[in-house]
Ligand binder design. Structure first.
Ligand SMILES: NC(=O)c1ccc[n+]([C@@H]2O[C@H](COP(=O)([O-])OP(=O)(O)OC[C@H]3O[C@@H](n4cnc5c(N)ncnc54)[C@H](O)[C@@H]3O)[C@@H](O)[C@H]2O)c1
Length: 372
C-alpha cells in the first residue's frame, strides 16, 4: 500500500542531459510545481500548444495543464483511448489529423501529458509533423517520469513487435512534477518500481536493496526518492551514450522477453509488469547457461514478488508464441536474438568480448517451461 501524505511543494531542480551532437536538454524536477510551467513553455514562443494525452489521464490534471498553458498561447487538448493498444501508426495519424485541422503550424509545440504511451506517440508525432516540430514532456506516470521521458527514443508499435516505427528525437525539455502521479493506481507505481529495480541490478546494488527493504509498503516520500535516484542512474547511462545504442544491456534488461509478452497479451500487463517477468525469465536463462548463480536468480524473483509484481509467464502464453514474436524484436541485428544476460550485479556476460549472447532455442523453451 502507498501511504497517503500531504502534497508537498518543493523548489525546482534542474538536471541536464546530452541529446547528441553536443546539444543539451533540461529536466525540471519538483513536487507540486505545475504553476511554474509557463516560465519554461513561454520561452518556446509557440503559436499554439497541442496537448497530447489519453482518456485515462486524470481529467482534473488535463484541464489544469490546459488552463496553465492557455495563459501562454492558444492551447488544444487532443486525447486518444488509453492503453498500449493505442500506440500505433493509426492513432498517430488520427491525432495528427486533429492537430492539423485545429491549425497546427511549424511554430506549434506538442506537449506530451501522460504516461509512456502518450510520450512515445506524441514524441514521434512531433518528429514527423512538418518534418519536425518542437515538443516537451509533462510525464504523469512513474514509468514515464523515470524512464520513457528521459531520453530521445520515440516510437509506436507494429502488431507483432514493440517500438518498430520510431525516431530519435529530442524534446525541448522535460517537466517532472512528482505530485502529478499521486492519482495513479498503486499497480502503476509498482510497474514503475520494476524499471527502478532494473537500474539497481545493472548499476547500483545498494539501490536494489533499498527498494527491496521498503517492499511492499511505499510512502510517497520513498517513491519520490526512488524515482529521483532512478533518473540519476538513467542520466549516468545517457551521458555515455545519448542514442542508447551501446548501453542497451543496462536499459533493456528483461525487455526482450518483456516486450514479447506485452505484445502477446496486449493490454493485460503494464509495461513494468511485463519487464518484471522478463527479468525473471532472463535471469533464469542466465542461470541455465551457467553464467548466474542460482542464489541471485532467486533474489531477483523475490524482490519482484515482495514488491507485488508478477513473476510468472501466463498459462495462456506458449514458448512458441514467444519465439515467434522475438523475430520482431527491435534490437535484433542478425537472424538470432541477442540476450543481455547478467552474471552478477552490474556485470553482464560477454561472449568473445561481445555483450550479446545467442541463447539456444532448447534452453529458452526449457526456461519458459519452468516459469509458469
Ligand atoms: N525509452 C523509452 O522510450 C521507454 C521506456 C520505458 C517505457 N516505454 C514505453 O512506455 C509505455 C508504458 O508507459 P506507462 O507505464 O506510463 O503506461 P501508459 O502510458 O499506458 O500509462 C498507464 C495508464 O496510466 C494512466 N495515467 C497516466 N497518468 C495518470 C495520472 N496522472 N493519473 C491517473 N492515471 C494516469 C494512463 O491513462 C494509462 O491508462 C510502453 O509503451 C513502453 O514501451 C518507453
Amino acid at each position: 500500500m502507498i501511504h497517503e501524505t500531504q502534497a508537498k511543494t518543493t523548489g525546482i531542480e534542474t538536471l541536464s542531459y546530452d541529446v547528441g551532437g553536443g546539444n543539451v536538454r533540461s529536466i525540471y524536477i519538483g513536487s507540486n510545481t505545475l504553476e511554474a510551467l509557463p516560465k519554461y513553455a513561454g520561452g518556446l514562443k509557440a503559436d499554439k500548444f497541442f496537448i497530447i494525452s489519453d482518456t485515462e489521464v486524470d481529467g482534473h490534471l488535463k484541464e489544469r495543464v490546459k488552463g496553465i498553458l492557455a495563459g501562454v498561447a492558444e492551447t488544444h487538448l487532443l486525447c486518444f483511448p488509453a492503453g498500449e493498444s493505442s500506440k500505433t501508426l493509426a492513432t498517430l495519424e488520427t491525432v495528427a489529423a486533429e492537430a492539423l485541422d485545429a491549425g497546427a503550424t511549424k511554430s506549434s509545440v506538442i506537449v506530451c501529458l501522460g504516461g509512456g504511451v502518450v510520450g512515445n506517440l506524441g514524441g514521434l508525432l512531433a518528429a514527423l509533423l512538418f518534418r519536425g516540430i518542437r515538443f516537451f514532456h509533462v510525464p504523469t506516470t512513474m514509468v514515464a517520469q523515470i524512464d520513457s521521458a528521459i531520453g530521445i527514443k520515440q516510437a509506436v508499435n507494429y502488431r507483432k513487435g514493440k517500438n518498430l516505427f520510431g525516431q530519435y528525437y529530442a524534446p525541448e525539455f522535460v517537466f517532472i512534477d512528482f505530485d502529478t502521479i499521486r492519482t495513479l493506481p498503486e499497480r502503476h507505481i509498482k510497474a514503475g518500481l520494476a524499471e527502478s529495480i532494473k537500474h539497481g541490478l545493472c548499476q547500483d546494488m545498494e539501490f536494489f536493496d533499498y527498494i527491496g527493504s521498503h517492499a511492499p509498503n511505499y510512502s510517497w516520500e520513498v517513491v519520490d526518492r526512488i524515482a529521483r535516484r532512478t533518473i540519476e542512474l538513467k542520466l549516468e547511462l545517457l551521458k555515455l551514450d545519448p542514442l542508447e545504442g551501446k548501453l542497451d544491456p543496462q536499459l533493456e534488461l528483461g525487455h526482450t522477453i518483456g516486450h514479447a509478452l506485452e505484445i502477446i497479451v496486449m493490454g493485460r500487463f503494464l509495461h513494468g509488469e511485463a519487464i518484471a517477468i522478463g527479468m525473471v525469465v532472463e535471469s533464469r536463462v542466465s542461470c541455465a547457461m551457467g553464467f548466474m548463480e542460482e542464489g541471485l536468480c532467486r533474489r531477483i524473483e523475490n524482490i519482484f514478488r515482495r514488491v507485488g509484481l508478477p513473476t510468472r509467464v501466463p498459462d495462456d502464453v506458449s514458448a512458441d508464441q514467444i519465439i515467434e514474436i522475438l523475430k520482431y524484436d527491435n534490437k535484433r541485428k542478425t537472424a538470432k536474438n541477442d540476450f543481455f544476460l547478467l552474471e552478477d550485479f552490474t556485470r553482464f556476460h560477454r561472449t568473445d568480448g561481445s555483450i550479446g549472447t545467442k541463447v539456444p532455442e532448447a534452453v529458452l523453451r526449457e526456461v519458459v517451461a519452468s516459469c509458469y
